[in-house]
Write a protein that binds this ligand. Structure first.
Ligand SMILES: Nc1ncnc2c1ncn2[C@@H]1O[C@H](COP(=O)(O)OP(=O)(O)O)[C@@H](O)[C@H]1O
Ligand SMILES: O=C(O)[C@@H](O)C(=O)COP(=O)(O)O
Length: 426
């Protein structure tokens, strides 16, 4: 199998978001969980997205895992590797976007790297280096209250510079709107001044098409699904691939029971849980008790859900509003509380699969990573899109047999997302 595009995603929901965009833009794509075991039979594809859980780990761990994945992707034939980050640039001053981008660039022999989290389809646009989420600057959006990486600066040149060794520059919209030649000239000019990573503005998909074309001339780029769109369209335009991907047969029914596990505390997910509550039973976990009385609270949740799943879907949610999250974090610490809750939700997910759940929706990037790891699912095929950035996934080589999943980024999806997802998963 020689692939045209390789990607390393810093979380699992982000990986399925990117795989969805690549599929929609004509690339046959598979999402692997880590570097796949050589014995796993993968289909013939144009692109592989390796999902890692490295968004919120120490930078040295993220660099080690990403460079290993890069080596593997190059061995599969990838001439270009996209480091898939969050469209809201989720990171801290310690990393991991800067350190990983610099390590991937060094592994590929250096040169400048284009960096853009723009994803217009979900309202993420970038102007003069400032990221907007819908109509708000990043630092005024709900991301200011993220439990793990609150974002307090919308200027991404500054944000990236604080977590990087090299110099960060800006390719502004006027250059990009003037087309590939002007963008290439601007990048070259920046490189001559010592810039190693260039934040690139993008508002419309045509900006990302230009950036995709330029990125493809380099070995590494960093961005969200918008840059994936640009790269995929540039590959199809170049004639290197046929551009005839389809995800329809991926959603063949799998039967079994269905469940929803939520650990995202984003505004969108909190609203979606409220809407689901009108249609199905919802158990709201008590995070205080989870931290204080761990196994008992987990066992109680499993038994609550186990008694109900044969009658229809259930939701188990740890998600809480920002005030509750900060109270818990000030008592137990940010990482410790996040980690304990992820462990709990992943155990609940795995136990429900033991009890016959075969259709599973997980809300939250870290939450999804923990659940998929616990289930030890090796890879996914990409099915049709439920909402922008969220496809139906079908497991490949899963020990419990075929399952359908949706891994929802916290901020994605309309208010009836959970009901819409289950309607597509039979
Ligand atoms: N009630 C809560 N209090 C504190 N942290 C929570 C609570 N519920 C979930 N969390 C943690 O918040 C984090 C949410 O991150 P994630 O799952 O990536 O969601 P998102 O996709 O919205 O970023 C996880 O680490 C999760 O365990
Ligand atoms: O790019 C995006 O916004 C998503 O693909 C993504 O990575 C979101 O992260 P989570 O909200 O942590 O799932």
């Amino acid at each position: 199998m020689a692939i045209s595009l390789g990607s390393i995603a810093d979380d699992y929901t982000g990986a399925s978001d990117l795989a969805n965009t690549l599929t929609k833009n004509g690339l046959r794509t598979v999402q692997t969980v880590g570097i796949p075991n050589p014995s796993l039979a993968l289909p013939e594809v144009d692109a592989v997205v390796v999902s890692l859980k490295i968004r919120s780990v120490p930078a040295s761990e993220a660099v080690a895992a990403a460079t290993k994945a890069e080596r593997w992707l190059r061995q599969q034939g990838a001439a270009h590797v996209l480091y898939k980050i969050c469209s809201t640039f989720d990171s801290t001053d310690a990393g991991n976007i800067g350190p990983v981008t610099e390590a991937l660039s060094a592994a590929a022999g250096g040169g400048g790297v284009l960096v853009t989290p723009a994803f217009p389809e979900t309202g993420r646009t970038l102007y003069l280096g400032h990221l907007f989420v819908g109509g708000q600057p990043l630092s005024e959006s709900p991301l200011k209250d993220h439990p793990l990486n609150p974002m307090h600066d919308a200027n991404l040149v500054r944000v990236l510079a604080r977590q990087s060794r090299g110099t960060v520059g800006l390719i502004d919209l006027p250059a990009i709107a003037a087309g590939p030649a002007a963008t290439r000239a601007k990048l070259d000019a920046l490189l001559r001044t010592g810039v190693t990573m260039a934040i690139a503005d993008a508002i419309f998909e045509r900006d990302l098409e230009t950036l995709g074309e330029i990125a493809l001339e380099t070995p590494v780029s960093t961005g969200a699904s918008g840059l994936g769109l640009g790269l995929a369209r540039a590959l199809v335009r170049s004639g290197r691939i046929s551009g005839r991907a389809t995800g329809e047969d991926v959603i063949r029914p799998v039967g079994g029971f269905s469940a929803i596990i939520a650990g995202s505390c984003s505004k969108a997910t909190l609203h979606q849980i409220g809407v689901a509550e009108r249609a199905m039973p919802v158990l709201r976990l008590d995070p205080e008790r989870l931290l204080a009385a761990g196994p008992d609270e987990i066992a109680a949740a499993i038994s609550w859900a186990g008694e109900r799943i044969s009658a229809g879907p259930v939701v188990v949610a740890a998600s809480a509003a920002p005030e509750t999250v900060s109270r818990l974090q000030s008592q137990y610490g940010r990482e410790a509380s996040g980690h304990a809750i992820e462990t709990a939700t992943s155990i609940i997910a795995a136990e429900l699969v033991e009890r016959g759940v075969r259709r599973l929706v997980v809300a939250g990037g870290e939450t999804s990573g923990a659940a998929v790891d616990k289930l030890a699912i090796p890879a996914f095929l990409i099915g049709p899109e439920i909402a922008p950035g969220v496809p139906v996934l079908r497991t490949v080589g899963n020990r419990q047999g075929d399952m359908l999943l949706a891994l929802k980024s916290g901020n994605f999806g309309g208010e009836d997302f959970f009901i819409a997802a289950l309607a597509m998963m039979q």
